[in-house]
Write a protein that binds this ligand. Sequence first.
Ligand code: TRP
Ligand code: ZN
Length: 493
Amino acid sequence: MRACQYSARVTRRPLALVVALLLVGCTSAPGVSARSAATITTQTETTPVESTPATAGDGIGDSLFPSLGNPGIDVMHYDVDISYDAVEDVVEGTVAIDLLLTEDRAQITLDSAGPAVSTVLVDGVLAVAEQDPPELRITLPRQGRAGDELQLTIAYSVATQPVDSPIGLESGWFNTAGGSYVLNEPDGARTWLPCNDHPSDKATFTFAIAVPAGVTAVANGALEDHRTAADSEVWVWQEDRPMATYLVQLLTGDYEVIESESREGLPLVSVVLRDDLATMQPFIDVTPTMIEFFEQYFGEYPLDRYGVAMTDSFGGLAMETQGRSLFSRDDFAEGSLGVSQQRYLSHELAHQWFGDAVSPARWQDIWLNESFATYGEWMWSDHIGIADLDATAMYELNYRSPGSSADPTADSLFGSNSYGGGAVVLHALRLTIGDDAFFELLTRWVAENNGESRTTEDFIALATDVAGKPLPQFFDEWLYAAMPPTEFPMSTA
Ligand code: TRP
Ligand code: ZN
């Protein structure tokens, strides 16, 4: 399946509209060939949405997601300028991508698995491009040299819908009754935005999102501008900290933007649906206290703002979208801080240090995100008296299932060994090197790697440095072995 396969997979839609979208999506504009257009098939309402095989396309060698990433490029900035039509569920617009060539190249690729691209400009010059999902292949108008800075401007449209991801969840763009949200981890961004969809390449972002009058559009960072026209509004958001594509937040709907400041002067920006204002206030209010708690252990909050976004997504969803975590309103509907709300909020906040400020260089390094955020969740739960940390760790160790936390498969990426199973490894490390060294390690990990993408081996190297003694045996036994020891080491403290 090649061009326009996603347009062809629009589900829950009358056939006439599917055909209309196909026509919109597959019209080839100058310079862009829609490969194998003849293979387009329409599908019926009951056909499940299929995923792009993880092995299709060509990426940068991520063993779990071989098609993600694009050799020879380093993106500096994305300028996403799109409109969302919530009646037709179509996104249309341009993305301007400032990038650096890291190799001499005549051709480059981007990850694009869904967008129907109409034109590609390179430094303002129309380029020949080929849609070969999940890749967009671009022939540079002039031979490129390593070190060249280029600006690509890609005009596209896409019939928005979530797609199955190899992790066993849907990802991408979700249309809701009142608007939309995106969930990109690990490979959903490319389904609605041509981009370098791998966490090893972080970039700053500007979003200008046009929506119908009366609708709010929200994205990461600061609200820079809000322009109103006769029947539309444009909301401009800017994220100045390098961000991985899987951490993009993009919401539309009847949202209220609530801005305040922490006691330390950190800007706080939360968004909740207008009808939920009173219900969600306790969760906005607890945020600064939680930030201060984690700062004692992980170092100063590593980004330039924080907040919560309470969306109309399916319950059970929580995602550490950069600088403003995303939650489902269903999970917070009681309006009070119960056990699960405390766990969700603390977990996603801890991710801002572990995952967002410092991102995984490869998807196999996911424990650097999930196990660390889980450990933060355990620390907060212990602090407020929900669950004793030692007891939680002991329980998780006793019931841990086999498998190394540093060697997940695509379908176990978000399995228990990436969460509690790896948090157990951190607890054992803490007991081995002592509290002071352990929290110095976590603090230095974020302070020294903020804005970057790192591997498990990088973490082990820093742990060795901080501990002042070699730790390979520890990591062999606890992290790399399919089963860690059955008991925690004696505390050195
Ligand atoms: N990173 C999320 C967490 O905090 C979990 C997650 C992974 C996720 N993939 C997702 C959530 C896709 C929503 C959609 O644990
Ligand atoms: Zn998590």
